[in-house]
Every structure is written in C-alpha cells, then in structure tokens.
Design a protein around this ligand. Sequence first.
Ligand code: DAT
Ligand code: MG
Length: 139
Amino acid sequence: MAGKQTFTMIKPDAVGKNAIGPILKIINEAGFVVKAMKYTQLTKAKAGAFYTVHNGKPFYEGLVEFMSSGPIVAIILEKENAVEDFRELIGATNPENAAPGTIRNLFATNVQMNAVHGSDSDENAIIESDFFFSKTERF
Ligand code: DAT
Ligand code: MG
C-alpha cells in the first residue's frame, strides 16, 4: 500500500530566490498537508550524510557544497500516495526535462540547483523525515 507521507526540502537556490511562499502555495494547492517544518542550514557533514547514497558519483561533492551553501526548509508532507504524487508535482531532476508547471520547471536553476528535494520511496521518506525531525516536532 502506498504511504501517506513524503519528505521534501526547499533547497538553497529556491530560498535565495525568495520562493518559499510560492512553492508552499503550490504544495498546499496540490493537496499536501504540512506535518513538520524546519528552517535551517545544513553543515557539509550533514549534507554529505543526507546524500550518502550518492557518495562517489561525479556530482556528489558539488551537491554537498550547494546543499550546505545556505538555508533550506525541511518539511514532512501528508497526502494519499504522497511519494509518487509529490515526485510528479516537482518534475524531473533536470529542470530542462521537467514538465511545464512543475516546481522544478518553475523555480529550478539547473540540474544541481533544482529548487526542491522529494523522497523517492516510502522507505526513504521515513529515513529522511527521521534525519530532521523528532517525534515531538511532528503534528
Ligand atoms: P532527485 O533529486 O530528482 O531524486 P537524484 O536523487 O538522482 O535526483 O540526485 C540527487 C540530487 O543530486 C539532485 O536533486 C541534484 C543532484 N544531481 C543529480 N544528478 C546530477 C547531475 N547529473 N549533475 C549535477 N547534479 C546532479
Ligand atoms: Mg533522489
């Protein structure tokens, strides 16, 4: 059965464009409910740990550098079929391939600075949510 929660980050490029509000509006209008939210900045070590699955890939170092370069908004979202529906809402990793109207199509800078994160499975949604939020920080 598809899970009800996913995890997202509004990345430093989108925060720097003052796009937190517009992105949250799109997320809410798509039917997602905020269950937890935190405005924070990742250290290089924390960014590296979050993206450890990509360690060794050619883009890893740049990704860690970028993700620790400024504040992010970490959010747990709830909706039926959350992971799949949210991936559809954000669009392809490379904004050049992201469908019109998707968050990455509207707000991404390039394939590295692509505005938002979205969990790719229910299992990773749980791991990523636990990375940022304790039980008492969820509502
Ligand atoms: P996604 O964020 O769509 O799940 P991913 O998990 O494959 O994509 O990669 C994680 C992040 O790494 C992605 O959001 C941006 C960066 N990235 C991926 N492929 C890249 C590439 N070819 N060049 C630069 N950055 C890349
Ligand atoms: Mg991914």
